[in-house]
Write a protein that binds this ligand. Sequence first.
Ligand code: HAM
Length: 415
Amino acid sequence: MQLLPGFRDFFPDDCARRNYILEMWRAVARRYGFVEYDGPVLEPMALYEKKSGGEIVGQLFDFTDKGARHVAMRPEMTPTLARMVAARERDFKKPLKWFCVPQFFRYEKQQRGRLREFYQLNCDIIGEASSAADAEMIAVLIDMLRGVGLGEKDFVVRLSSRTAWQEFFAQAGGKSEDEYEFFQIVDKAERNPPEKTDAALAKFSLTAQQVLDFMRSKTATAELAPILADLTARGLGGFVEIDYAIVRGLAYYTGVVFEVFDRSKNERALAGGGRYDKLLSLMSDGKVDLPALGFGMGDVVLANLIDDTPAAKAQLDAWLARERAADVYVVIAKEERRAEALGVVQQLREAGHRTDFPLTAAKVGKQFRTAEQLGARLTVLIGDEWPQVKVKTLATREEVLVDAGEVLAFLQRKS
Ligand code: HAM
């Protein structure tokens, strides 16, 4: 049976690589005071039709369940988060700083950096309107990438604002109900030929040139300047550039928006996010009105960039080398001593040592080879010397005879 296109098997090596990224995400999020939450994998289709908008709705894995409900597998977290917070907003002190690491599903064309199943870190702050929250959000995003060994020369946060584009559009006589359509034209203006953009903009009496000129102006608006100042104060200013080409595809964004790209421009976006100050109000029919912002970062592009960046790759490899299946291997040199060996194995495991041993009789040489293959640091040989055992440090080949009852204390001193 073949794997579905865009889906992945995670063999142990792949799982270890995935866990490296997920563990880093969790560690950095916690370092910034974010707490973890999660939601359901399946949601009503209407949640995304109404709240996400844009391309994502056409990419849903949706179906009718046995109860005749039209449901979709989650393609993103933001609508779920907004629903959850709107339901129990009073139970939490603001601002909320929440993160999650869910698996998502999007029926996209499979290509480098884009699959149909992926993991995405989400960090969101709810209930804080000041630009300090935008800066905090971008800082945690930058540190997520620094955490895996990427630096200023490897990636850039492109910072922009839908407010700036709203003002541009209003000055040109555009109406607010047409804004989202206008944003979608702007979103594609760099990729599409100018004639196509001109044709799309004609009904707003705007031209591709006007849009592209504004896009290329690098001056920070009054909304963006304090964010840059905050990040500069943290020593992170070099990671951010103003770039009005970023407007984001999803419908709910309201103000500041940003995306992260690798500097060499070989990859798709690593992350994207921004403010969605109206979404909670929309979700609760006006009952809960809280400003909100956040970002999502996928594992697929990040893994590609790590593999292509020597310093980041070296850090990953060092981490993988420490990821061993067993730390201690109990060698049973005399089968008659298996019962005693099991006692030692159990004792070691209860004390928290990653311990393995041969399930069936095997030659001693083979057992040592297995120990090395598993990445064990130490072997504990149980044989003729019982009730003494031989503890060997595999790297140095140094061997010490220890009383069986003293093995734990001896290992504790060793680690
Ligand atoms: P998004 O731009 O759709 O935003 O996705 C964010 C990131 O998820 C992308 O930059 C990319 O790294 C990853 N990603 C998206 N689609 C795929 C795919 N098909 N395969 C692999 N990776 C993918 C959102 O999802 C927003 N909900 C983020 C957000 C959170 N905004 C506020 N809070």
